[in-house]
Design a binder for this molecule. Sequence first.
Ligand SMILES: NC(=O)c1ccc[n+]([C@@H]2O[C@H](COP(=O)([O-])OP(=O)(O)OC[C@H]3O[C@@H](n4cnc5c(N)ncnc54)[C@H](OP(=O)(O)O)[C@@H]3O)[C@@H](O)[C@H]2O)c1
Length: 283
Amino acid sequence: MILVTGANGQLGRRIVQHLIAREPGLRGRRLAVSVREPARAGDLAFRNVLVRHGDFDQPETLPQAFAGVLRLVLVPTDGPAELRLQRHRNAIRAALAAGVGHVLYVSGLEADMTPATPFSRVHQETEALLASSALPHTVLRCPPYSDALPGWFAPALTDGTLRVPAGDGVLSLVSRDELAQAIAAAALAPRLDQRIHRLTGQAAVGLADIAARIARVCSRPLRYEASEAADPTDATEASTSLFAAIARGQFAALSRDFAALVGHPPKSLDCLIHEYFAPRSLA
Ligand SMILES: NC(=O)c1ccc[n+]([C@@H]2O[C@H](COP(=O)([O-])OP(=O)(O)OC[C@H]3O[C@@H](n4cnc5c(N)ncnc54)[C@H](OP(=O)(O)O)[C@@H]3O)[C@@H](O)[C@H]2O)c1
């Protein structure tokens, strides 16, 4: 049985949808989810997915949630860094105790950042916990979601300038849905490998270049200006940590791991920008 945690979240739900699309026969007793509020997963139950209650803040719910699981897709939780780490510790301990066969941890490309920020440390320490455990595991390191682009740039379209502390860093972006597709493909591999997959986009570009491409699509002036960086090792905001990671080139490296899992590369940056920013036709 494959079990996906966090399936009421946006990534987790998409992973389940891609699992079903790739292998419809999983439904029945071979596909399960663990969620904090089972009532919100009624559509999955309707589609014959086993819905279990599992809350990493309530470790007593996890033995039941993880019972009989061969492959566990561990979706990281949201919230403050320390709390997330404690939840991941609880989940890994429970997976070990329940005899889970293999864990696929959805990590971030910032996991090996030095010095670490509070947020990059969540992935770093979760990966380290898995490495020091007896659990066979695969790590799927994700770049920032391209879905964040409208949130970053749409407000800047008003005054024409995006000011964030990302320096001259370049990054690759992949959409949340495509990452879910790659994670589902990894979970369905006939033989699971114990390695780190880097699910990067096709190209790494800087925010100035991204601004210029969005400006072309929107026919509006838009530029990027690097603002002064706060101390990222002290970050209480995930965004401070993220922009610091971009500035340090943490999302610059490119890999073919996405295509190796899915069978084709992820969408190009221009394609994504067109999806998010092209004026919609009224027809
Ligand atoms: N690569 C990126 O750009 C990026 C951006 C944002 C976030 N992330 C990370 O990726 C994760 C998934 O992203 P998303 O877009 O799906 O975010 P999301 O929709 O906010 O989902 C948050 C997830 O955290 C889970 N969660 C929170 N508290 C939990 C607990 N106590 N026990 C078990 N699960 C708990 C939720 O589970 P339920 O199903 O029970 O609600 C849900 O799946 C985020 O939590 C974050 O760690 C990555």
